[in-house]
Design a protein around this ligand. Sequence first.
Ligand code: HEM
Ligand code: HEM
Length: 403
Amino acid sequence: MLTNTPLSYGVMARGLHWAIALLILSAIGLGLYGESVPRTADTTALLQTIYSAHKTIGVATFFLAVLRVLWTLGQTRPVPLHPERRLETWAAEAVHFALYGAMFVMPLSGWITHAAEQGFAPIWWPFGQDLPFVPKSDTLAHTAGHVHKTAIWVLYTALALHVLGALKHVLIDRDATMARMTTGRAAGREAPPATQGAAAVAALAIWIAVLLFALLGSAGLPAHGTAQDEARATTPAPAAPDAATGNWAVTQGSLSFDVVQMGAKVQGHFGNWTADIHYDEGSGTGHVTVQIDTTSLDLGSVTDQAKGSEFFNVSHFATATFEGDITRKGTGPDHIATGSLTLIGTTAPLTLPFTLDLQGDTAHMTAQVTIDRRDWKMGAAYPDEGTVGFPITVSVDLQARKS
Ligand code: HEM
Ligand code: HEM
């Protein structure tokens, strides 16, 4: 039968129970496996697969949990098999409520962590990686990650008690508790439904205490204290680009890039860079040198991998340099800078089209160019686009003042 009766669990309750049990156990297995894999450039692809699977399974758990609660609310709750053992029955119910809490706290805390950080290991689905009302924020990602890692202990404890209890019923009591949840056998004696309020309140109190502990604890920790943070940014505070020695001094600006990682677009930026610009408005010509401090790279949770030897190799090549001659196209704001970009020890030609909007002594420059990482031998160990795409779209937006 699809629905519960006072003495049995219906197909739907049992199906949801075992589907969610399987998903939760898989999510735990993958989460623990992910923690145990060392963070190096060689393991990036493996880690992405592990965490993408973990997150996808976790998100699926969330939706099944919503369905389960909605379904359960409309159902009769089968009677306890040993109502006379009041403490045991109460404890079993409290554990059930604690498990219901875990079905929401675990996926939601993980999902908020994921949505708040720059995308590493996307969820395998077409509905986007962000969550409404969840901004990109290292602090939020860190806090939610801390909740995720603290809440898992409630799940471990409740699950251990739950499984031990089930085993006790099979091995010691030899009753039909397990059979009710597996084959749907009916067992027990009909009785007026007992109130479960106290068990629900106990489980709720445990969850509130643990969540408060996790939130307060996370406030006192350094911003990059968790294991996942080993794979995350050590982001220096973004600094305004230095003033130039040329006749135009950059007053503010941003240097960012987009790259496709495991099918999802991620955005990175450099916090420190300098631009030395000489430009003659009369002839529309000039020369520009941009020096980028590659150690100031921020690519969210994959910053360390991006800085590693496979990609920006910042310990050997802390600076990337673009140098080019500026020419105006016609009389409008369109210009090009023709030159070369030196990145991880390789110099390759680069033509940067840009617009320059001059207003008296100030100039607003915007540029976008797509380069191919293979031209700089970047990511040679990733010869296809499965993990990291070939094109990198670089965007520059700066304001400069004539000096
Ligand atoms: C994998 C090992 C598991 C075993 C052997 C197991 C076994 C059982 C059994 C025998 C029952 C029936 C208890 C009764 O009628 O009083 C039950 C109920 C229940 N189980 Fe599990 N379970 C497992 C995993 C899980 C997991 C992972 C969760 C959720 C996180 C969970 C949540 C629940 C809940 C909430 C109930 C109460 C019935 C309901 O509201 O659907 N179980 N389980
Ligand atoms: C059924 C739900 C889930 C369970 C049981 C679960 C469990 C776990 C476990 C056991 C770990 C390892 C923690 C440790 O070793 O301390 C972990 C880590 C992680 N989980 Fe989940 N998870 C779930 C859902 C999700 C979801 C939905 C997401 C994101 C969409 C997610 C994202 C993460 C991330 C990013 C980590 C690494 C955390 C870190 O190292 O700081 N999880 N999870």
